[in-house]
Design a protein around this ligand. Structure first.
Ligand SMILES: [Zn+2]
Ligand SMILES: [Zn+2]
Length: 278
């Protein structure tokens, strides 16, 4: 993943923030986070080069995708978390500001514990998200993306419900032009991997009955669809690149807040909250 992926997301967030008043505040916060993430990702390259030798090896098969993610989070990166919290503090809404201040006051040992817990798999969606998870996810995301791109991971096989690399849930779907229709893929909520996923299958429970998988769109946001499931009552939004080639799925998903409000009114719950915990 090149740093310019973050630049594209930042540009798109600025564009949509100006266009959609309802998403302006969220996207402003996202832009600050993404700028931090871009710098962090670039610095990881300068710090470690292209290898993963700095990571103490975990047990297991070196060829497995999960193995790189099962190595401990390096303690030396913890100091940067304080910098991240200080950066978020002034730009976030007030509950977030308080949570950031509280975390910052906790000191480096507690930061390391939080980051390690998240890295090891809390925040996988089993428990309800806590405010601390927001900071841990946003901070660790570039590190996760960096680990994934440096470890030559590959994946083949049937469409997995969790990220084939870091085992987190998908946060958004993408439809990419393919022939006369679109090929669906899913994007990981943590390491941002994208993997192909069958089009008519619920990524929450595996439902394949077309009649139980309604799709909703709204007039103002034609390129974002709510893909719901009447079996498990979950939904995920999918960004349709056949309708808008300029979309940046992560950002367009965040910006389409009215679709979330609507889906929740219909009694669906989101498969995985996004980076902003919406
Ligand atoms: Zn992942
Ligand atoms: Zn389902």
């Amino acid at each position: 993943m090149a740093p310019n992926e973050w630049e594209r997301r930042i540009a798109r967030a600025e564009e949509l923030g100006a266009q959609y008043g309802f998403a302006a505040e969220i996207l402003r916060l996202y832009v600050s986070i993404a700028r931090f993430q871009e710098d962090f990702y670039r610095d990881l390259g300068s710090l470690y080069g292209n290898s993963l030798d700095h990571l103490s090896a975990g047990a297991g098969d070196a060829a497995s995708n999960w193995e790189s993610f099962s190595r401990p989070f390096p303690a030396e990166l913890t100091a940067r978390f304080g910098t991240f919290l200080s950066m978020i503090e002034p730009s976030g809404p007030s509950p977030l500001r308080e949570a950031a201040r509280e975390l910052r006051d906790g000191g480096q040992d507690s930061h390391f514990r939080l980051l390690t817990a998240f890295w090891n798999g809390s925040g996988t969606g089993v428990l309800p998200p806590e405010p601390a998870d927001f900071f841990a996810r946003a901070f660790l995301q570039p590190y996760a993306a960096w680990i994934r791109t440096r470890s030559n991971m590959s994946w083949s096989g049937p469409t997995p419900y969790l990220c084939p690399f870091c085992k987190r849930k998908p946060v958004v779907g993408i439809l990419r032009p393919l022939g006369d229709g679109g090929q669906r893929s899913l994007v990981c909520s943590f390491c941002l991997a994208e993997w192909e996923f069958r089009r008519i299958v619920c990524p929450g429970c595996g439902e394949e009955n077309h009649a139980k998988l309604p799709v909703y769109t709204a007039e103002e946001l034609k390129h974002v669809r709510v893909e719901a499931c009447d079996s498990c009552r979950s939904y995920i939004k999918t960004v349709d690149l056949t309708k808008s080639g300029l979309a940046e799925p992560i950002v367009d998903e965040m910006a389409s807040i009215p679709l979330d409000l609507w889906a929740e009114q219909q009694g669906y719950s989101k498969l995985q909250p996004n980076l902003m915990q919406l």
